[in-house]
Design a protein around this ligand. Structure first.
Ligand SMILES: Cc1cc2nc3c(=O)[nH]c(=O)nc-3n(C[C@H](O)[C@H](O)[C@H](O)COP(=O)(O)OP(=O)(O)OC[C@H]3O[C@@H](n4cnc5c(N)ncnc54)[C@H](O)[C@@H]3O)c2cc1C
Length: 426
């Protein structure tokens, strides 16, 4: 059976069965033409989606649009900040993805015409699509914290997108005198990588303890609770007593302004003048999502949890950090899992079939010291249009585990990073 005949047959039977509106409301793809999928953003979500989709159905013309070469991964970038690894260990190219038949387009997608179904990249290359996947990750909300803007990030780095910002924070810590004060701020939910600020605090504390023991680290938090909290706090009491202080929201941790010239973080009660300041500001979906009209008032993208199609604009799917994914945290593990589900759904939709209901898994490892790992895992499924925790299916590392277990989890973390980056880019 030819591809066209088979597609027509699938469409016919799906229509007869009254299948989901998500594909019947679209005009059929021109007979004989390969369906076109453009994926914007070549991070954990977008690169996975493009590569997996091409593997599922080599007949689909898949294009991956990405601004940066190489890609710089955030997971394990806290290790770069602590001097435990080089930034080059975080960097990955796209050659293997291109070898698999994905067309690579270097540039920034900056315009989406949802009527004509096209994406404009750079200063004018127009790419038509039958379905579009947006995987732009996050952008910083530069308007959310008085005093903090793009110029301020040169002095008080956020390092929440890996690359130059990561190196800047590393260099500042290296240059700081022993006895200096490092001040970090962590934002309210939701944000990229819920345990990330606390892993960073841990590894900065490790650096200070081993290299600048008269120094101190204060973490100012806009929350009273955070991911893996008891595991982190128990480990801090054991490994970094007197060195790392966490200030919760109710104890006055919310940073409501910064004064860049003096590297000062301002809370409702106090001013903290830092030797090194790491501001992790509020975030939102990457800008192209806003331009495409797929963000809601929260700044994030509501999606259908079976297909990852936008609830606001048909024909556009969103995966990764940019989504509102119910209970699923914004992690690389999540982004990769969502992208696989989305790719499988896209292949079905383009054939006129109904996608299967998925179950998704997330696991997040954090290092509290180079040889001390902890983790959290969860399983999620669609319930009433939202991704919802499957009760009893997840959990965190035991609180009373011996050091050998923490040691083992640190090796699992390392193995996870090698596996996922190999799967996506290798
Ligand atoms: C310090 C830190 C530690 C972390 N540790 C972990 C961890 O241990 N485990 C874990 O699972 N997760 C971790 N994360 C979270 C993880 O990095 C993110 O959840 C993950 O990167 C999300 O993947 P994504 O594809 O949605 O976004 P990204 O990986 O950020 O990819 C988005 C890509 O889209 C590109 N892009 C954006 N807009 C456009 C456009 N208009 N045109 C072209 N390209 C565009 C960007 O250049 C970028 O390459 C950590 C994050 C941080 C900050």
């Amino acid at each position: 059976m030819s591809r066209t005949t088979s597609r027509r047959r699938f469409l016919g039977s799906a229509l007869a069965a009254g299948a989901a509106a998500t594909f019947v409301r679209r005009p059929a793809i021109a007979q004989g033409a390969a369906p076109r999928v453009v994926v914007v953003g070549g991070g954990f979500a977008g690169a996975t989606c493009a590569r997996v989709l091409k593997k599922i159905d080599p007949g689909i013309a898949v294009t991956l649009v990405e601004t940066e070469r190489p890609f710089t991964a955030c997971p394990f970038s806290n290790g770069v900040i602590a001097g435990l690894r080089d930034l080059t260990a975080q960097q990955f190219g796209y050659q293997k993805i291109a070898d698999d038949g994905v067309a690579m387009a270097t540039g920034t997608a900056n315009l989406i015409d949802t009527q004509a179904r096209s994406v404009t990249v750079g200063d004018g290359v127009r790419m038509p699509y039958d379905r579009l996947v947006l995987a732009p990750g996050i952008d910083i909300r530069w308007d959310a914290l008085p005093g903090y803007n793009e110029a301020a990030a040169d002095t008080m780095p956020h390092a929440w997108k890996a690359g130059e910002q990561t190196l800047l924070l590393r260099r500042q810590l290296e240059a700081m005198e022993d006895g200096g004060l490092v001040v970090m701020s962590a934002p309210a939910n939701p944000f990229r990588c819920p345990p990330g600020p606390y892993e960073r605090a841990s590894l900065i504390a490790y650096y200070l303890k081993t290299r600048k023991p008269r120094s101190k680290l204060i973490v100012l938090d806009a929350k009273d609770a955070f991911s893996k909290q008891r595991l982190f706090q128990n480990a801090w009491a054991e490994l970094y007593p007197g060195l790392l202080e966490w200030v919760s929201l109710s104890k006055g941790g919310n940073v409501n302004a910064v004064e860049v010239a003096s590297k000062t973080l301002v809370t409702d009660f106090e001013k903290h003048k830092a030797s090194v300041a790491n501001v992790i500001p509020p975030q939102k979906a990457g800008r192209i999502a806003e331009l495409a009209g797929v963000t809601d008032r929260t700044g994030w993208c509501p999606i259908d949890p079976v297909t990852f199609e936008s609830k606001l604009v048909p024909g556009i799917h969103v995966v990764g950090d940019a989504t509102i994914a119910g209970g699923m945290p914004k992690s690389a593990f999540t982004a990769n899992a969502q992208a696989k589900v989305c790719a499988a759904a896209l292949a079905k939709l383009l054939r006129g079939e109904a996608p299967a209901e998925p179950k998704l898994i997330n696991t997040c490892y954090s290092l509290v010291a180079p040889d001390y790992g902890i983790s959290i895992a969860g399983v999620y499924r669609p319930v009433n249009g939202q991704l919802t925790d499957v009760e009893g299916a997840g959990g965190v590392s035991p609180l009373d585990a011996p050091r050998a277990t923490r040691n083992l989890e640190a090796t699992f973390a390392d193995a996870w990073f090698k596996t996922i980056t190999h799967e996506v880019f290798g």
